[in-house]
Ligand binder design. Structure first.
Ligand code: F6P
Length: 351
């Protein structure tokens, strides 16, 4: 009987288990065995496989994290590591990789160097992948951030405080951008703005001066900051507290770094739905003989190769990685549109 392997790699994302659940069921329906690879590419090189039958994935679809575990594999970054991985896959008909930028880069190199047939599914809370409007994990992460900001705003209002809330996203500011609009933040800081410390501090001092002017007298000020902004949150908090002590009568300024809280939790409807539909297209592509591609969530735009799902398209991994680089270096029209949109809100946010 034919069989394929599946692994989860890189930063885990809520919805990875929903994808594993879907993949196993979809393959079982087609009489295809699934071998789960433990701990991402590290486990693949070491041949740490275990059969995933429908009964092995019962009840995991709603859970955060990943049943198989994940890793950031240094060994897989070498051709020798990828050759070992290919050897471990010799008796199987292909590999599904559920992961983000680094994981899909590895998948592309594996396909190119060894001929192993690989299909990628985008999974990263950062939403920093090209050729997909969203990735598995993004929606849940946004909901987690919104919930955390609502809780912080409750206590900020009680004490008339300023809060800087830092969120994950690595070099991509999308989580901070999107959640700042959702929570009605007073400011949003993201790397794509290209602002240095002096510029950021000057703008926020002016915002605080307006917020605490007698005629406005805001109860709380919420500043969302993407972790990719080079100014460390504690340093920014100190700068704003010094300003507050000098000019605002000492209004408290605090900082909260949400960190890995943003990556946990049970996946939302959106992430479970995307995971299921991407999985169906990925299984179909792999069993249909395709390779070196990613299935992307594209409900609105043209491009890519059609699948049976009108909202899911196939893209060559080379194109995905090129567009991902453009997303992060700011030359992508997607990034430029996001930044333009945020700039239209900038004048309103601090009111
Ligand atoms: O890529 C997902 C992500 O959560 C990033 O937002 C974050 O910067 C990074 O992973 C943290 O990596 P680790 O979990 O290895 O510390």
């Amino acid at each position: 009987m034919p069989g394929i392997a599946v692994l989860t790699s890189g930063g885990d994302a809520p919805g990875m288990n929903a994808a594993l659940h879907a993949i196993v069921k979809l393959c079982a329906a087609r009489g295809v065995d699934v071998m789960g690879v433990e701990q991402g590419y590290d486990g693949l090189m070491a041949g740490r496989f275990r059969p995933l039958r429908p009964q092995d994935v019962d009840g995991i679809g709603h859970m955060g994290g990943t049943l198989l575990g994940s890793a950031r594999s240094k060994g897989f970054r070498t051709p020798a590591g990828r050759a070992r991985a290919a050897q471990a896959l010799e008796s199987l008909d292909g590999l599904l990789v559920i992961g983000g930028n680094g994981s899909l880069t590895g998948a592309h190199l594996l396909a190119q160097e060894t001929g192993v047939r690989v299909i990628g599914l985008p999974a990263s809370i950062d939403n920093d992948l090209g050729c997909t409007a969203s990735a598995i994990g993004v929606d849940t992460a946004l909901n987690t951030i919104v919930d955390a900001c609502d809780r912080i705003a409750d206590t900020a209002r009680a004490h008339r405080r300023v809060f800087v809330v830092e969120v994950m996203g690595r070099q991509c500011g999308y989580l901070a951008m999107a959640s700042s609009i959702a929570v009605g933040a007073d400011a949003c800081l993201y790397r794509e703005q290209g602002k240095g410390e002096a510029h950021i501090v000057a703008e926020l001092e002016a915002l605080l001066r307006r917020a605490y002017a007698p005629e406005r007298n805001k109860l709380e000020v919420l500043i969302l900051k993407a972790e990719g902004v080079e100014l460390p949150t504690p340093q920014l908090v100190r700068r704003l507290q010094d300003f507050s002590d000098r000019e605002l009568g000492g209004v408290d300024v605090r900082g909260t770094v949400l960190g890995h809280v943003v990556r946990g939790g049970n996946p939302s409807y959106q992430d479970r739905m995307i995971a299921g539909r991407l999985s169906a297209a990925a299984v179909g592509a792999l069993l249909g003989g395709s390779t070196d591609e990613m299935v992307g969530w594209q409900p609105w735009t043209e491009g890519g190769i059609d699948t049976r799902d009108p909202s899911v398209k196939r893209f060559g991994l080379a194109q995905v990685l090129d567009e991902t680089r453009a997303l992060l270096d700011g030359t992508s029209p997607v990034t430029q549109r996001r930044v333009r949109q945020m700039e239209t809100y900038a004048g309103v946010m601090g009111i």
